[in-house]
Design a protein around this ligand. Structure first.
Ligand code: 13P
Length: 247
């Protein structure tokens, strides 16, 4: 069994305007030979422009969220098929900022994963505990529970990844220790194998939360870390490239 190909994905969150396309171009221009697959997930409105600018390069484009239905009367929402039509090939789903800010449940996330698969998008499914949950010794139970609840059975045999993003590490500059990351990633792997058998071994498990050039190498070389989901440090090509080079 060869290790899954690493994935480094940038989550721009609600940042970026038309001029940011140049930053994405700089990533594509600087990437060189990389062992990793690389994706940038900009706000939905920039997907088409980034997809055009990055066509023919090694950088993939992804969405950050989409609705669980394929179409209909959902004012303000976008569907998975719309993201795919605009040029996305992946979608981040179940990010803690959506779970906390928009009350998304595991069942909602699971339904969104189903919609992603129907549209041909590769889901990146986010899980992660809060600081209170970690302090209470509940991190592993919370994270594996989210994995069980957020990944539908129809993922079997499909390309997807799971991103472990401790809520308390996002945008704070704090990160778990390497052994703490490894403990959670091994638990996620065991859960994936329980759920999907042999196929559960091939999904990369990304780490996310304050990944930056200075800590990327240590995190990316930890056991069962198959890449990174990068927020703030993905907004500057120079920093994002340094993280990609640390794979
Ligand atoms: P930061 O890298 O800014 O901590 O954000 C992580 C994240 O939420 C990526 O999805």
């Amino acid at each position: 069994m060869t290790a899954p190909q690493p994935l480094i994905a940038g989550n721009w969150k609600m940042n970026g305007l038309g001029a940011s396309v140049e930053e994405a171009r700089a990533v594509a221009a600087g990437i060189g030979e990389s062992r990793a697959r690389v994706a940038i997930c900009p706000p939905a409105i920039l997907i088409h422009r980034l997809a055009q600018a990055l066509a023919g390069t090694a950088v993939l484009v992804g969405g950050q969220d989409h609705h669980w239905d394929d179409a209909g009367a959902f004012t303000g929402d976008v569907s998975a098929e719309m993201l795919a039509d605009a040029g996305a090939s992946l979608a981040i789903l179940g990010h803690s900022e959506r779970r906390a800010g928009y009350r998304e449940t595991d069942a909602d996330v699971s339904a969104k994963v189903g919609a992603a698969l129907r549209a041909g998008l590769e889901p990146i499914v986010c899980v992660g505990e809060t600081l209170e949950q970690r302090k209470a010794g509940e991190a592993l139970a919370v994270v594996t529970g989210q994995v069980r609840g957020s990944l539908p059975a129809d993922l079997a045999g499909k390309a997807f990844s799971v991103a472990y993003e401790p809520v308390w590490a996002i945008g704070t500059g704090l990160t778990p220790t390497t052994p703490e990351i490894e403990e959670v990633h091994r638990a996620i792997r065991a859960t994936l194998v329980e759920m999907f058998g042999e196929a559960g071994k091939s999904a990369p498990i990304l780490y996310g939360g304050s990944v930056k050039p200075s800590n990327a190498a240590e995190i990316l070389h930890a056991d069962e870390v198959g890449g990174a989901l990068v927020g703030g440090a993905s907004l500057k090509a120079e920093d994002f490239l340094a993280i990609i080079r640390a794979v």
